[in-house]
Ligand binder design. Structure first.
Ligand SMILES: Nc1nc2c(ncn2[C@@H]2O[C@H](COP(=O)(O)OP(=O)(O)OP(=O)(O)O)[C@@H](O)[C@H]2O)c(=O)[nH]1
Ligand SMILES: [Mg+2]
Length: 310
């Protein structure tokens, strides 16, 4: 599923404008014929327009868990379904109004009058779904954030904000995440590819997590949780013992415990920023000097191999 291909959606005003402009260019043998042509053009174009949008959206409820829950966090599956249903409704209503007006025109009623009143009714139908059209456009922009993932071993890098997760991912994979000295620099999931013994693995950079109950976690943190829950074959948990990240070692270790209890997945605990400290009770690395990175990759290789052999 590639959410980057969802269509742009016009607002009600833009759509009405587009439809009527199109109809204004339609001709015919005489007034009656022209009116019928204009009306069918409007119903055909709105039908095609709505159907094209409907076709581009997946069946959200049937998406794999990770994607469905991401959509739920970013936009809301129920809201999206409602918006898509409203397009179907508008499509049907417009078809109905137009066929009635065409029949009236054929019966010899005043084409000018019919055209004017039908335009008014179509505009009012489209106006009624303006909010839904705007929601679909919002969804297009939000759902772009959802990464396209491959079915290969997946390592999820997690930890408190600012501890050096992105620096690690940048050092070992093809991803080029933003790195900065303030918390929550990473707001979206970034996917990098790394090679281990000639085989590709995915390494996911995630937003920082704080040690607090799930119900209090922000939208940004929830994205990291979904990766840990649904995508991780292996977790690399990064701890910054220098506390230059701005958070205490105690809080970071408490989050580590929570992650261990919550996900029950193979985990590698590592200290970052080894150029600034001498802690030795875990694997340690420095993204700055490159020290210790190879050892962590070796450990990842070992754990992934074990997992595949299970
Ligand atoms: N001295 C030193 N600084 C580092 C190292 N790794 C990262 N930093 C610094 O730590 C800060 C945070 O690095 P990031 O890689 O953006 O941290 P992050 O965990 O991805 O942060 P969020 O995305 O906000 O959660 C930056 O100022 C980095 O330059 C390291 O090995 N040594
Ligand atoms: Mg980051």
């Amino acid at each position: 599923m590639d959410f980057k291909r969802l269509p742009t959606v016009l607002t009600a005003e833009e759509l009405i404008d587009k439809m009527f402009k199109k109809a204004s260019k339609v001709g015919g043998r005489d007034l009656k014929d022209r009116t019928i042509n204009k009306l069918s053009t409007i119903s055909n174009t709105t039908h095609d327009y709505f159907q094209r949008i409907l076709k581009e959206h997946p069946e959200y409820e049937k998406l794999p868990d990770f994607y469905r829950e991401m959509v739920d966090i970013l936009v809301g599956v129920a809201r999206l379904k409602k918006a898509l249903a409203s397009l179907l409704w508008a499509d049907k209503m417009i078809q109905k109004v137009v066929s009635k007006s065409i029949a009236e025109t054929k019966r010899g009623n005043d084409p000018h009058k019919i055209l004017k009143s039908t335009y008014g009714r179509i505009a009012s139908i489209i106006d009624q779904i303006d909010e839904q059209l705007q929601l679909l456009n919002y969804a297009k922009n939000r759902l772009k954030e959802i990464p396209s993932l491959r079915d290969i071993p997946t390592v999820v890098v997690a930890g408190y904000p600012n501890v050096g997760k992105s620096s690690f991912v940048a050092a070992v994979s093809t991803a080029k995440p933003e790195i900065a000295s303030y918390p929550f620099t990473t707001k979206e999931i970034k996917v990098g590819i790394a090679r281990i013994n000639g085989k590709e693995i995915q390494i996911l950079d995630t937003p920082g997590l704080l040690d607090r109950p799930l119900s209090e976690k922000s939208e940004i943190e929830l994205k990291a949780i979904l990766c840990l829950q649904y995508l991780a074959d292996l977790i690399v948990f990064i701890i910054d013992p220098t506390e230059t990240c701005g958070y205490s070692l105690e809080n970071q270790l408490s989050l580590l415990n929570e992650v261990k209890n919550m996900f029950k997945k193979p985990i590698i605990e590592v200290y970052s920023k080894s150029d600034m400290h001498n802690f030795q009770d875990r694997l340690t690395f420095s993204a700055k000097t490159g020290e210790g990175i190879k050892e962590i990759m070796d450990e990842i290789a070992k754990k992934i191999k074990n997992k595949r052999q299970q």
